[in-house]
Design a protein around this ligand. Structure first.
Ligand SMILES: [Zn+2]
Length: 489
């Protein structure tokens, strides 16, 4: 079988390129992880979901993937936050690593193969800094070590910035130890009360960028396939990673650079300084995790995405439609044997469409479009089958259901039992809308009795009363079920 023809947009070349891993059949991926000083916000969650799907899809396509995502557990922000809570920085960081892992599980993010921490990578970090000093790319100043940007001829090749422009208006401030305004810290001399480690330059701690150079080399080698992160990491973080790694090793750091677009909060770029940050766990208290994933994936990962109440409601409504369809299909065909034979209407075409969308720079929006077609077809086959042949319809539905399972492995959607998902959504809606479940059940019993007595006027009247409470009822072969009606818009 020919290897899959995946194309991905490479920020370095600014174009789509065919994915040709360094070792055929294996893809090594590094994604910059969270700085663990607080709970992550939904913008971070979008980035990590995008790369979760990239990794899932590469595995689905048969690649052996090694996925590394780090924890920045030594950082100015952590020290500042710990100062405010009175905890030791290391304790605060551990607490937020755990919080991140909980959030990641809730969002159905698969664990990376390796999740290294800065505090566990100090010897490797010191070794790279020493190499850079030895090679003349870095200099020591009173216990700090800086990278000398003017020694690196292709500095800013990822962001394509012009060094003269970057230097405009930048001055070395009095008291600064660096020689040039763009030089950046590889090592910071210890200040009282801060975590510190021994080094050839005295006690201190790493600067931010050097950790990713050290961790990626430690776990993926000097050159690896894909380096990912959010768009705002291109400059200076990724630029500085490249400067450090490539100056130290003389080799290309990563073959492909992938960047995920911003999440806008109702149009305003999400930034902590604006105070319009929504924490992932707050969002997950209001909206189902798969609905949030669906919302993220409904826009291509490189495009900006607008986060808002209405968009989330729409996503959850869409997931409800998907799960209702799955429940209906499962009731009809799960575990049944329809014998061997042909299928109706080429059901495999949806999976082909799904794969060609994903092959095209992980176009999840296109992939969800293929799924819409698939679910539409399942509904047609269950509600008004175009053919009378029941085994043919049954076999086709089973084949379509299997395709949903395949796509589920990639998207992290439909991982739940349909009945359980729908019940959870109903419970949440009941709480939010303050619906009296005992009253709903009393009315349902009244309606069942009326129908049994063939008093259809009364049954309709009760249905109306339920509607007033915000409840829709569905009569199915398996009995009557109910759900909370969509809010009037
Ligand atoms: Zn990084």
């Amino acid at each position: 079988m020919a290897p899959p023809s995946i194309r991905l947009f490479n920020t370095m070349s600014m174009q789509k390129e065919p994915l040709e891993p360094l070792v055929p059949g294996e893809v090594k991926v590094y994604v910059c992880g969270p700085t663990v000083y607080s709970y992550i916000h939904i913008g971070n969650a979008r980035t990590f979901t995008s790369f979760d799907v990239v990794v899932r899809y590469l595995r689905y396509r048969g690649f052996k993937v090694t996925y590394v995502r780090n924890y920045t557990d030594v950082d100015d922000k952590i020290i500042k936050a710990a100062h405010e809570t009175g905890e030791a920085p290391v304790d605060l960081a551990s607490r937020f690593v755990e919080a991140f892992r909980e959030d990641a599980r809730a969002l159905h993010l698969r664990e990376p193969d390796v999740s290294p921490r800065v505090s566990e990578t100090i010897p490797e970090i010191v070794a790279i800094i020493q190499t850079l000093v030895d090679k003349g790319y870095a200099y020591e100043a009173k216990g700090d070590v800086y990278f000398a940007v003017d020694k690196d001829e292709d500095y800013a090749k990822l962001s394509k910035r012009n060094l003269d422009d970057l230097c405009q208006g930048e001055r070395v401030q009095p008291g600064d130890l660096k020689r040039q305004p763009l030089d950046f810290a590889l090592w910071k001399a210890a200040k009282p009360g801060e975590p510190s480690w021994d080094s050839p330059w005295g006690k201190g701690r790493p600067g931010w960028h050097i950790e990713c150079s050290a961790m990626s080399e430690k776990f993926l080698g000097r050159t690896f396939d894909i380096h990912g992160g959010a768009l705002d990491l291109i400059f200076p973080h990724h630029e500085n990673e490249i400067a450090q790694s490539e100056s130290a090793t003389g080799q290309t750091m990563a073959k492909y650079w992938m960047h995920c677009g911003f999440l806008d909060l109702e149009g305003a770029k999400m930034s902590k300084s604006l105070g319009n940050v929504v924490r992932l766990r707050d969002a997950l208290a209001k909206v189902d995790a798969e609905a949030l994933r669906f919302f993220f994936l409904s826009t291509h990962y490189r495009h900006p995405l607008n986060f808002g109440e209405k968009a989330l409601q729409d996503a959850e409504g869409r997931m409800e439609y998907f799960y209702e369809t799955l429940r209906k299909v499962d009731e009809r065909v799960a575990g049944k044997d329809f014998g061997k034979g042909p299928l109706h209407g080429e059901p495999a075409r949806f999976l082909t469409e799904f794969e060609s969308a994903m092959d095209d720079d992980f176009n999840t929006a296109g992939a969800l479009g293929a799924l819409s077609g698939l679910f539409g077809f399942m509904n047609e086959l269950t509600d008004k089958p175009p053919v009378k042949d029941k085994p043919l319809v049954g076999r086709t539905l089973q084949a379509l259901r299997e395709q949903v399972r395949e796509t589920s492995r990639v998207l992290g959607l439909f991982e739940d039992d349909p009945g359980a998902w729908l019940l959870r959504r109903r419970d949440r809606a009941v709480r939010e809308r303050g619906i009296d479940v005992a009253e709903v059940e009393r009315l349902l019993a009244e309606r069942t009795a009326a129908r049994a007595a063939k008093d259809f006027a009364k049954a309709d009247q009760v249905r109306g009363a339920l509607k007033t409470l915000g409840v829709d009822i569905m009569d199915t072969p398996a009995g009557t079920s109910w759900k909370v009606a969509a809010p009037a818009s």
